[in-house]
Design a binder for this molecule. Sequence first.
Ligand code: SAH
Ligand code: SF4
Ligand code: F3S
Length: 498
Amino acid sequence: MAIVNINKNDLANVDFAKKSLRSHFSSLSSDLNRPVYYHIHTYGCQLNESDSEKMIGTLEEVGLQEGTEEQADVIVFNTCAIRENAEDRLFGNLGVFKARKRENKNLLIIVCGCMMKLQENVDRIKKSFPYVDIVFDPQQIHNLPLFMFDKIGRKKQLIDITEEDYIVEDNLLPVKRARKFRALVPIMYGCNNFCTYCIVPYTRGRERSRDFNQIIDELKELASNGYKEVMLLGQNVNSYGKGEGYDKSFADLLRAAAEIEGFSRVRFMTSHPRDLSDEVIDIMATYKNMETHLHLPVQSGSDNILKAMNRHYTRDQYLRTALKFRERLPEGSISTDIIVGFPGETEQDFLDTLDIVNQVKYDSAFTFQYSKRPGTKAAVCPNQVPQDVVTERFGRLLELQNDYVFKSNQAKVGKTEEVLIEGESSTAKDILTGRTRSNHLVNFTIPEDFTINGKLVSPSNSDSGVCADSFEGKLCNVKITHSRPFSIDGVMESIIDG
Ligand code: SAH
Ligand code: SF4
Ligand code: F3S
């Protein structure tokens, strides 16, 4: 399997397809006497969210407007294969589109993302969902216009799954970012780790890093366009630049990102415990715009299970790394991913997991019940753990972990925290929401007499309440007054920038 670097010339036919689509949708819009709408469902991780931002950029470039699922003339399902329930959701949702397809003869149904890299899912679509128009894999989002152009005017389902792994630099694709203050920036694609439970190496292909200078150019442009938070993305960011022909490491990239003027927060995801370097921890402690939150998925606290998972670290090595981070960044936070019920997991293995939770005291955690992924090594292990045992262990883990989340929130009470404002809270209009450097979720109010540049901004002093838009992306100090099970409350003290 080859890794292919796509350049501008390779996209000439895509550009041609875009042009043709623009005129196609423009005349369709005149015929319908309304805009032509798209709607996109994104499942899974931030890499998928980033891919969707690019597909949305592309769809808008060819003249479509975002609409509801009911309005949509082009509907995209960007799928995830990480666990069985993610897959079930897609097939559940696709069913209703049979009738929609009859009602709207222009409707284009597109299914892409990680699930489509797996033959059994493509076969199921061919057999049970013949009204799906286009199927392609996550490696090929840059080819979306080609597929749409090819499909329009032909009856047959279009299925295109490549064997190749591409690097397409972000500047070659239009991106419409979901948030105006936050930019997701993939720095690498794929994964070579082959953890035995995980489907990602099969869906996303071999690990490949983007060009260092291209990433830095993109980051500089984002900063100059007013983006305040950048999230560097990869399945295994510590491996950035490990391929042939690279002379920069993840630490080099992180440092360069933190040094770019304009970013209030530099974040990254995900760090593999095996190769998190001291240098990276050092950078997190040194630069004031680095988040002080480390996502360090442990998966299990048992050496036997870690070995069977092919994680390449022992519980002691993991603990050393986590505790080193705690020592260097006492105000920082650690989150993790844990799988319960990996094949062969005994009660003692599970107790080892609870023990590591007790030692690291995770500030937050994503906990998962093991899901058998056909094609992975673990799927054929004979000693699968019975569901009732998994459910029972999962409950115990949640109870313990939730207690640490609450304690972590409690420890913030009375402190003044630097918060990056994300917008207005979903529950109340006069409450703003944001995150601390340590990634704690904060809901906070603005005091009655609060002024910015001499103007009162308190919700009760303005007719329309807090204008969340004007605060989005700003940094402020918030005095933490109260803790809840999964968030903290506070009152704004001062605006740091803006
Ligand atoms: N690259 C990241 C993880 C990406 S997948 C890393 O290595 O840390 C996100 C999380 O999904 C994993 O950390 C794991 O906890 C969970 N996961 C992956 N495959 C799974 C499976 N088959 N069953 C249950 N959880 C799984
Ligand atoms: Fe999956 Fe492991 Fe790769 Fe993470 S590092 S994506 S868990 S194979
Ligand atoms: Fe899912 Fe693919 Fe991400 S399997 S978690 S969308 S890389």
